[in-house]
Design a protein around this ligand. Structure first.
Ligand code: SF4
Length: 333
């Protein structure tokens, strides 16, 4: 049995909500407040069960595709971004859209469009099937090749090996991505890198903090949903940097008491789509079991903030007018 007095929690900082998630969640809340329920949301606004449940209670309706949304409704597009065809579908369905795509995802979209226009082949490092990857690939489908790790590099076929650039999904493991890029550089020595980091500041900061505390912890608890890429990466990074065990949970009641056996130090962090209330629940759970001593391990201070989507400045009539303008307004019929 471990010494009760030495039991402690190392609380990772930064953790939880990033600026992109904060903006997307507030965008749905503001839309509900300004335009009234229901507000439709395409896909989970952010990959977190709790956030989705709370917004549903306030009147948000989550759908998989815009085709499911009744004509003349308002639909918010999630933080992960969409392919241009989704905007076209929304227009055809006479929907007003509020685009909550994180500006850092939009930055990757713009890079993809620009490099495609300059006739590059683009190698996108990312996880197949993730919404963000689908949205980015949709920016230039004929030019983008997806690689999910170093093992995929050999299969990439490009038109001109001197015109290849790599981009990445924003929420990957920094180390794994660089391993893939290393393989790409061996294969394409003239490979061009993105003008600035695609893996976003929030993903990097949360990984750096976990790397710092991982060697000291017997158990790392990451609060986050299973479909949250950056949360899953935190579990992997923790194990790689020395945590003896690591688990991903949505809520405190998913923690198995058996995980705490012989555990003196618990590391605690959360993914970029996790509100602090869920961390508080885990801290309470741990305190009740003797882990009341909490020490914060901070590796960065975040000040990033994004303005809300500009569509929210419009009235409902303006938004819907924009969605299906009349000929008198000089727009398309
Ligand atoms: Fe934007 Fe990064 Fe947050 Fe994703 S994790 S929403 S890219 S800030």
């Amino acid at each position: 049995m471990n010494d009760l007095k030495r039991r402690r929690v190392l609380l990772s900082a930064p953790r939880g909500y990033c600026a992109g998630v904060d903006r997307a969640v507030i965008a749905v809340e503001k839309a509900l407040e300004q335009y009234g329920a229901p507000i439709y949301v395409r896909k989970q606004i952010v990959h977190n069960k709790y956030v989705v449940q709370i917004l549903e209670k306030q009147g948000a309706i989550f759908v998989d595709e815009t085709e499911e949304v009744p004509e003349g409704s308002i639909v918010v597009l999630s933080a992960h971004g969409v392919a241009p065809c989704v905007h076209d579908e929304a227009k055809r369905g006479k929907l007003a859209t509020i685009d909550a795509t994180c500006p850092l995802v939009t930055k990757v979209h713009r890079e993809a469009v620009r490099f495609a226009e300059e006739d590059y082949d683009i190698v996108l490092v990312g996880h197949e099937g993730h919404e963000e990857v689908i949205g980015t690939m949709g920016q230039a489908p004929a030019r983008i090749h997806l690689v999910d790790g170093p093992g995929d590099v050999a299969q990439v076929q490009v038109r001109d090996e001197s015109k290849v650039v790599w981009l990445s999904h924003t929420t990957l493991s920094v180390d794994e991505t660089m391993a893939t890029v290393g393989e790409l550089q061996k294969r394409f020595p003239l490979l061009v890198s993105p003008p600035s980091d695609d893996i976003c500041y929030a993903t990097q900061n949360r990984q750096v903090a976990v790397k710092r505390l991982a060697p000291e912890v017997d158990l790392l608890i990451v609060v986050g949903s299973k479909n949250s890429s950056n949360s899953v990466r935190l579990v992997e990074v923790g194990l790689e940097y020395g945590a003896k065990s690591a688990h991903l949970v949505d809520f405190a009641d998913e923690i198995d008491e058996a995980w705490l056996e012989n555990v003196t130090t618990v590391g605690l962090t959360s993914g970029a789509s996790v509100p602090e209330i869920l961390i508080e629940g885990v801290l309470e759970f741990l305190a009740e079991r003797g882990y009341a001593d909490v020490e914060t391990v901070r590796t960065a201070v975040e000040t990033q903030h994004f303005a809300l989507p500009r569509e929210l400045r419009q009235s409902r009539a303006e938004l819907l007018g924009r969605a299906h303008p009349t000929t008198e307004q000089g727009a398309e019929a």
